[in-house]
Design a protein around this ligand. Structure first.
Ligand code: SAM
Ligand code: SF4
Length: 345
């Protein structure tokens, strides 16, 4: 079943893989389906955000066409993100349509990053279309702190969403941003809670993306320090697990769970990078921390067949930068002006 009027095409598989100028093969696409969100996390958004006009945002059909073109070029893993993907009207239809690539074998994994507020409603359908794993962002279990960090959110909804996802058979990974003055003292409890429920957990350092009201030097907490603290009461064993992404994993003996550290500020993870991002406006960014951008929306809108789109994707990936150059300096402008909610985390 497809959600659209016309049956959706499955592009032919391209013989030559998507490779960049440094010989890295791109097999992972993170696609943002909206810049909107029902929360306003302090490190992610300004309190009063101006969201994009509808005409600039790709339609559901355009999102499907774009993702399918990438899959035809060898992308095996597709992560839908935002903004908050589950606030996009019609998102379930989009996901249902995209799940045909799982059934055809073209795609190994279709997954989602969500804040979890609407997960209780969506979890059964997500599992039904073949989704196996999802990431849920949760920085604290404390209702008051959650309300402050998200500027008004209700943590009980997220917890109900996680319950529903587990009940539906989805594997859930919890992502938490480490914030020096807010959740630093609670991180070990959050890890123990996640592991106690059989969930993997990943900690993330704040990245300087987009203007927010706060000073990021006040929020930045080095995960090397967190790891050192954890190692004073837990046994951490490095795991060789590599996802081609920025996380480094350890096994925590005492909790019996797996813990990832994403440390863009203190560890360079670019050598094995296999991923690119496309914003909800159809802009291809091949590096989270650089300014490179290829507009795929206009190419799509100007051409009904996909030849020009495929050429534009290949052209954009060909110039994928070697790596990023983040630094957080007091009063410095963000490394990249676009917010994570625009790029898609
Ligand atoms: N709304 C969804 C969510 O929160 O999971 C998906 C989009 S959100 C932009 C994806 C991830 O980016 C979240 O885990 C969030 O914590 C993280 N994030 C947002 N802004 C960030 C920043 N400046 N530095 C590090 N992580 C950030
Ligand atoms: Fe929304 Fe996710 Fe950004 Fe929080 S991190 S404001 S939930 S997009």
């Amino acid at each position: 079943m497809t959600p659209y009027d016309a049956p959706l095409p499955t592009p032919e598989r391209s013989a030559s893989p998507l490779a960049d100028g440094f010989g890295r093969t791109v097999t992972y696409l993170r696609l943002s389906v909206t810049d909107r969100c029902d929360l306003r996390c302090v490190y992610c958004m300004a309190e009063h955000m101006t969201f994009l006009p509808k005409a600039e945002v790709l339609s559901l059909e355009e999102l499907d066409r774009l993702a399918s073109a990438f899959i035809g070029l060898g992308v095996k893993k597709l992560r839908i993100t935002g903004g908050e993907p589950l606030v996009r009207k019609g998102v379930m239809g989009l996901l249902t349509g995209l799940s045909r690539h799982l059934r055809s074998g073209a795609l190994d994994e279709l997954t989602l990053t969500t804040n979890g507020t609407r997960l209780a409603d969506f979890a059964p359908e997500l599992a039904a279309i073949g989704m196996k794993r999802i990431n849920v962002s949760l920085d604290t279990l404390k209702p008051d702190l959650f309300r402050t960090l998200t500027r008004g959110g209700d943590v009980t909804k997220v917890l109900a969403g996680i319950d529903a996802a587990q009940a539906a058979g989805l594997q859930v990974k919890i992502n938490a941003v480490a914030l020096r003055d807010d959740n630093a003292g609670e991180l070990h409890e959050l890890v123990a809670w996640a592991h106690g429920r059989g969930l993997d957990m990943t900690l993330i350092e704040t990245m300087p993306l987009g203007e927010i009201e706060a000073d990021r030097t006040d929020q930045f907490l080095s995960l090397e320090d967190v790891r050192r603290e954890f190692a004073s009461f837990w046994t951490l064993t490095d795991l060789p697990l590599s996802t081609g992404g920025p996380a480094r994993y350890v096994q925590v003996t005492e909790t019996g769970g797996r813990l990832g550290f994403i440390t863009p500020m203190t560890h360079n993870f670019c050598e094995g990078c296999n991923r690119v991002r496309v914003t909800c406006t159809g802009t291809l960014h091949t590096c989270l921390g650089q300014h490179d951008a290829t507009d795929l929306r206009e190419v799509m809108r100007a051409n009904t067949d996909d030849a020009a789109l495929i050429a534009a994707i290949r052209g954009g990936i060909d110039v994928k930068p070697k790596g990023h150059d983040f630094h957080i300096a007091r009063s410095a402008a963000p490394a990249v002006a676009r917010h994570m909610s625009t790029t898609g985390g």
